[in-house]
Design a protein around this ligand. Structure first.
Ligand SMILES: [Zn+2]
Length: 108
């Protein structure tokens, strides 16, 4: 099996679980022989092919909290203000260091 086939096979295994809502690219190198660059490349290709979708997660900017505050299909869709209902942190400007990219099932 080539590295790319290995990545796809693992992603398909993940996607076959109904409980699986989404995953981060960093998960794949832990379960395959692929490195993160190979994984990113292949996942983006799968997005282009319509097999996966990308989603952005906004994380609370308080380092002791880091809860997910919002999920959007693109980074531009985040609001200009958030307040975290867990820790009370107010976010007046979204810092891109607190945005995670995740891959989800394509619902289109
Ligand atoms: Zn918080």
């Amino acid at each position: 099996m080539t590295t790319n086939e290995e990545i796809r096979s693992y992603v398909n295994k993940l996607m076959s679980s109904k409980a699986m809502k989404g995953f981060y690219s960093s998960l794949i190198p832990k379960h395959t022989t692929a490195n993160i660059n190979e994984v990113e490349k292949e996942l983006n290709l799968m997005v282009e092919e319509g097999l996966l979708s990308k989603e952005y997660e906004l994380i609370c900017h308080n380092d002791n909290c880091l809860r997910v505050l919002d999920r959007q299909p693109n980074k531009e869709s985040f609001k200009s203000y958030y307040d975290c209902s867990y820790c009370g942190e107010e976010i007046e400007e979204v810092d891109s260091n607190f945005i995670n990219e995740r891959f989800v099932r394509n619902n289109k």
